[in-house]
Design a binder for this molecule. Structure first.
Ligand code: TYM
Length: 340
């Protein structure tokens, strides 16, 4: 069967981009695929994390998974560091991947900036750990936002190179065909790249300096409404079809957010709001956002007050994840030639 894997990094408070680009889309896949959802704490420490914040954000992501509708009986929900095979496979992938592949990663270049001498070695190797996350479970599909596309291409390159480099051993160990699958990127639909509410050229991110640019999953109703009201827009009315949004980044962003929250297409939303101004659209969007986000935020708060239930879910999920991971690693160790 098809296996889905995705992960979120506990490096800041969850925002609307994380919800629409990822979490929201994880839920329906539970009914059609085997689903594995991870809190990637080992990725978070590629840049400095205050340990107390790392814990808090790990719980926050697990709470969001549950509050959004992930069912720990249907999905495996766990945090990465409890399944040490992720580190083991990523080391092997570090030896498969090439320096040049990593140097081309735009996220690395953005994060390292001009000062790449002084970023962690882990930040450079980040995509190789990500490939390990996915391929440890031989996952065939990965739901993510647009910003992860390049990392998933690199995951495919690593899988292909491993399959190629160890072709003889893969066969000799009794595996038919390729050992690792070629993973599909699932990033279609509205809101795959939610923008900052203050600047339509920037993506909404966990670390934006402007308080009003980002809607957090745990913002209260008043704050959500205020941020939407103050969102930057042009002065024109809304077009009546999607093509009319071309060149209007801010308008496209808000309509895309509405469509994703309402589970409708952009054209359906514009069929309703075309010709209207922001004075009509923004209050409607604020109401919809509050309606969808507030109940989740309440449930997240309940879980965070006493994280015992979440700890149990993560521990149980880690056990189930490890059973699959260990099976893959036993085969990988044999293929690579490690003596046991
Ligand atoms: P992270 O933690 O930055 O983001 C988590 C998910 O949220 C999506 N996302 C967005 N989607 C739309 N608009 C935005 N503004 C926006 N910002 C974030 C991301 O695309 C992602 O799906 N490297 C990954 C974590 C990871 C992972 C994996 C993902 C580690 N291993 C294996 C998939 C499979 C990351 O940093 O995501």
């Amino acid at each position: 069967t098809d296996r889905v894997f995705s992960g979120i990094k506990p490096s800041g408070d969850l925002h609307l981009g994380n919800y629409l680009g990822a979490i929201r889309r994880f839920v329906p896949l539970q009914d059609t695929h085997q689903t594995i959802y991870c809190v990637v704490d080992m990725h978070a420490i590629t840049v400095w994390q205050n340990p107390a914040d790392l814990k808090r954000w790990t719980y926050e992501i697990a709470a969001a998974y549950i509050a959004a509708g992930l069912d720990p009986k249907k999905s495996i929900i766990f945090n990465q560091s409890q399944v040490i095979e992720h580190a083991e496979l990523s080391w092997i992938f570090n030896c498969v991947a090439r320096m040049g592949w990593m140097e081309r990663m735009t996220q690395f270049k953005d994060k390292a900036g001009a000062n790449s001498e002084n970023v962690s070695l882990g930040l450079f190797a980040y995509p190789s750990l990500m490939a390990a996350d996915i391929l440890l479970y031989k996952s065939t599909a990965v739901p993510v936002g647009e910003d992860q596309r390049q990392h998933l291409e690199l995951t495919r390159d690593i899988a292909k190179k491993f399959n190629h480099d160890f072709k003889k051993q893969i066969k000799a160990n009794g595996h038919r065909g390729d050992f690792f699958p070629v993973t599909e990127t699932m990033a279609a639909g509205p809101a795959m790249r939610v923008k900052s509410l203050k600047d339509g050229s920037k993506k909404m991110s966990k670390s934006d300096a402007s308080d009003l640019s980002t809607i957090y999953m745990m913002d209260d109703a008043d704050l959500i409404a205020k941020k939407i009201k103050r969102a930057t827009t042009d002065a024109d009315a809304l077009p009546s079809e999607e093509a009319g949004l071309a060149g209007r980044a801010e308008a496209e962003n808000l309509v895309g957010i509405y469509a994703a929250l309402a589970n409708r297409t952009v054209d359906e939303v514009l069929a309703e709001f075309g010709g209207q101004g922001w004075g009509v659209f923004k209050p409607a969007l604020a109401e919809l956002a509050v309606e969808k986000l507030a109940p989740m935020a309440d449930e997240m708060r309940r879980h965070l007050e006493d994280p015992t239930e979440i700890e149990n879910i993560l521990r149980d999920g880690a056990g189930r994840a490890r059973a699959i991971a260990e099976e893959t690693m036993q085969a990988v160790r044999a293929i690579v030639g490690f003596v046991r």
